[in-house]
Design a protein around this ligand. Structure first.
Ligand SMILES: [Zn+2]
Length: 151
């Protein structure tokens, strides 16, 4: 019983330290491709709307475009980089979806449904567009749940 408590305490401490970096990250430290800023700002605005503590987003080093045939976006948790497929630059819905998705990974979300579904492809655009508000609400519920120590 005692060892179980220690394990639990350790888990709580590690997850808490994950979300509370030792120094407060500021926007000036985060590099971003110019075309990505609008979507990132939209994430921050939605974070405020849903009362989500978003400071950890500023601890990213770089959100940039990359080129890939298959991958729409990728998050490197160690380097603090998010790469967005440059093909998405022409698809504002896809861009928004993939940037929110990758930021979800940065905050610790795994693949599930909605914005955290594993693959985004162009055929999803209409559905994403029609349901965006609902998708965002659901996404922030997941984010807030892990931030509050849930799973
Ligand atoms: Zn993913």
């Amino acid at each position: 019983m005692k060892s179980l408590f220690i394990v639990l305490a350790f888990l709580v401490i590690t997850s808490a330290s994950f979300f509370k970096p030792s120094h407060k990250c500021t926007k000036s430290e985060l590099r971003m491709s110019a075309d990505i800023v609008t979507y990132f700002d939209s994430f921050i605005a939605d974070s405020k709307k849903y009362n989500f503590e978003y400071d950890h987003a500023y601890c990213l080093d770089w959100i940039k475009f990359g080129h890939s045939h298959k991958i729409q976006g990728i998050t490197d948790l160690c380097d603090g980089t998010i790469q967005i497929n440059d093909r998405l630059a022409k698809d504002s819905i896809g861009m928004k979806f993939v940037i929110y998705h990758e930021l979800g990974h940065w905050f610790g979300l795994n693949h599930s449904t909605g914005i955290m579904k594993e693959n985004y492809n162009e055929s999803d655009t209409e559905l994403v567009k029609e349901n965006w508000d609902k998708l965002v609400k659901n996404y922030f519920n997941k984010l807030k749940s892990i931030q509050n120590g849930g799973v």
